[in-house]
Write a protein that binds this ligand. Structure first.
Ligand code: DNO
Length: 354
């Protein structure tokens, strides 16, 4: 496993030096953030970023994300040109040494939470999702002043209502068709460039606001992976996204898909599953509902050799900044993940009780 850490570029208050000083850190996970979705990333910007990262002794091998334009998900006639641009971005980042690209296929809303600063008993703050709060929001009403954190701020309320309404008639099957169309076009390019494409599961892994969501469970991941028989067509195993539904057996999926050689990236974090949603917790097994030891063991047993990053952290020790992406709790998570992998890998090499 290669330990990695998300970095939001030169504007991120968490610096490359901070990240390089975390024990065991190997790779940066980043993107070009100032180019509108659907456009081609300038090669100079990619190369400059690669140089900055490498100068700190870190690898530049993972992009999260090259976002997928809504017109591709909607299957609009403009999609062909947008997919050409997407393929060009794959070629360009590959030229700079990228080996893995994380992306998602969620209509309009990427990860969704109802609060970004829920105060825990110990005074730390976390991201939480309470279903009753989501149910109060209607993104089709542009005059509603209710919004949720994490919404794409580049949309005005009117534009948001417009794009949501375009999905109104769309069934899950149509979204599958549009996803298949996209995958059949990008995977041959990724294969040629030897870049692993790693789709991120929908977060949370159920439909919100009546919009279709399909990358949600084992059955759908099987269907997704069957779209192309090529190891470059794989997944990001996000334990928090899959694990927020009790119906998902994350340990089983970690083993099954790593054994297939299709997990290229893992987002490891824990959450407390509630009857009405979930709360993000510290990374440790005892902090939440997921058994992180069993998940790591399943990855190792399955032969996983991709990138891993600690996922959302809580805000601790008075840190302020980008919700979920502060330095301290993610660094603690990284160290915990390192410990789990070292223990599990050494044990596996030795065999039982040697
Ligand atoms: C949230 C992230 C997601 C993820 C995208 C991948 O913190 O896990 O925004 O980057 O869904 O495309």
């Amino acid at each position: 496993m290669k330990l990695s850490f998300r970095w939001y570029g030169e504007d991120d208050q968490v610096t490359l030096d901070n990240i390089a000083q975390i024990p065991g850190m190997d790779s940066i996970v980043t993107a070009i953030y100032d180019v509108p979705v659907g456009e081609v990333w300038p090669q100079e910007a990619i190369d400059r970023q690669a140089k900055l990262v490498k100068e700190k002794g870190l690898s530049y091998e993972v992009i999260e994300s090259i976002p997928v334009h809504e017109d591709i998900k909607l299957g609009k006639p403009t999609r062909d040109k947008l997919i050409d641009n997407y393929c060009e971005n794959i070629r360009r980042v590959a030229k700079a040494g990228i080996k893995c690209i994380c992306y998602n296929f969620m209509p309009v809303f990427d990860w969704t939470r109802t609060s970004l600063d829920h105060v825990n008993k110990d005074g730390s703050t976390s991201l939480v999702y309470y279903q009753e709060e989501v149910d109060k929001v209607n993104p089709l009403k542009s005059d509603s002043d209710l919004t949720l954190p994490g919404w794409d701020a580049s949309y005005t309320p009117e534009e948001l209502a417009q794009v949501v309404s375009e999905y109104n008639e769309m069934t899950e099957e149509q979204l599958w068709d549009n996803l298949a169309y996209f995958i059949h076009r990008i995977i041959p390019v990724a294969s040629e460039c030897d870049v692993n494409m790693a789709i991120h599961e929908d977060d949370p892994c159920w439909s919100i606001f009546g919009l279709p969501r399909i990358i949600t469970d084992e059955k759908n991941l099987d269907r997704f992976l069957a779209l192309e028989d090529d190891k470059h067509h794989g997944i990001t195993l996000c334990t928090g996204s899959l694990g927020c539904s009790n119906k998902n057996d994350v340990v089983k999926m970690a083993y099954k898909y790593s054994k297939m050689g299709r997990i290229h990236f893992a987002h490891l974090r824990n959450i407390k599953v509630l009857d009405n949603g979930f709360e993000e917790s510290g990374h440790l097994s005892k902090d939440g509902s997921l058994d992180m030891y069993e998940i790591v063991k399943a990855l190792v047993d399955g032969g996983f050799d991709g990138y891993v990053r600690p996922d959302h952290g809580r805000m601790i020790w008075g840190e302020t900044g980008r919700a979920g992406y502060g330095l301290y709790d993610r660094a603690l998570g990284a160290t915990y993940i390192n410990g789990l992998f070292e223990a599990v890998e050494k044990h596996a090499l030795r065999g039982d009780h040697a």
